[in-house]
Design a protein around this ligand. Structure first.
Ligand code: ZN
Length: 233
């Protein structure tokens, strides 16, 4: 194999590695952000579940204090009953007590409903808490791993970019110019032609003239896609 092909393939190998690593690097911030927002979402879900639980707990306390207040009123009225002389006043008082008892009954029904909800909200909160604890450490680890990877990929790119200079210095400037133009498309600029004369990039057949040139190891491009082409010895 001609020296220019060997040298260019060596450079291309490094460049392809750099391109691949740069693509990986580009994807990493989004991957990290996605995981971070998953943590945040779960945190919010947990916060809401806790809020529901606490809110219900508070409602129960309020209901209980209303019931106590109503019971106190009844006790107070009953204590006063001995002092009531008139029958009409006594009847009015009894009716007031009945109304208060009805209110208590409503509050008690409300409390039963709230107690049911409390159980539900409590177990939901505990589930979410458990889920969050488990997920958070996994997801945080994932974020750390990705950040670590980010650092490593950056270092690898830097290292490769350092070494590519040596490879580049071995390439003639006219070939290098062609190569760089093709490289900007992101695919390998130098491709093999197979035994049937098919270009490894566009998969079309090259002309017999080009084939002859390639056979000699000349610097030559595909007739169709302009990629630099070579024949393996
Ligand atoms: Zn081609």
């Amino acid at each position: 194999m001609k020296r220019w092909i060997e040298n260019l393939l060596a450079l291309q190998d490094v460049d392809m590695q750099i391109i691949k690593l740069k693509m990986r690097l580009k994807m990493l911030p989004k991957e990290i952000k996605d995981i971070q927002s998953r943590i945040q979402e779960e945190e919010e879900t947990l916060h809401n579940a806790k809020g529901d639980f606490q809110h219900t707990e508070l409602s129960i306390k309020q209901t209980e204090s209303k019931i106590k207040e109503l019971n106190d009123k009844i006790t107070h009225l009953q204590q006063q009953s001995s002092m009531v002389k008139k029958n009409t006043e006594f009847k009015a008082m009894l009716s007031e007590i009945d109304q208060l008892k009805e209110k208590i009954s409503k509050q008690e029904t409300e409390e039963i409903m709230l107690l049911d909800q409390l159980d539900e909200h409590k177990s939901n909160f505990k589930d979410k808490e458990k889920q969050f604890e488990a997920d958070k450490s996994n997801l945080t680890d994932e974020v750390e791993e990705l950040k670590q990877m980010e650092t490593e990929v950056k270092e690898q790119i830097e290292h490769l970019q350092g070494s590519r200079k040596d490879y580049e210095s071995k390439i003639e400037s006219n070939i290098l110019g062609l190569y760089k133009r093709l490289l900007s498309k992101g695919t390998p600029p130098l491709v093999k032609i197979n035994d049937s004369g098919i270009c490894g990039s566009c998969h079309l057949k090259i002309t017999p003239q080009t084939w002859t040139q390639a056979k000699k190891g000349a610097v030559i491009s595909c007739d169709n896609c302009s990629h630099l082409i070579y024949l393996e010895d």
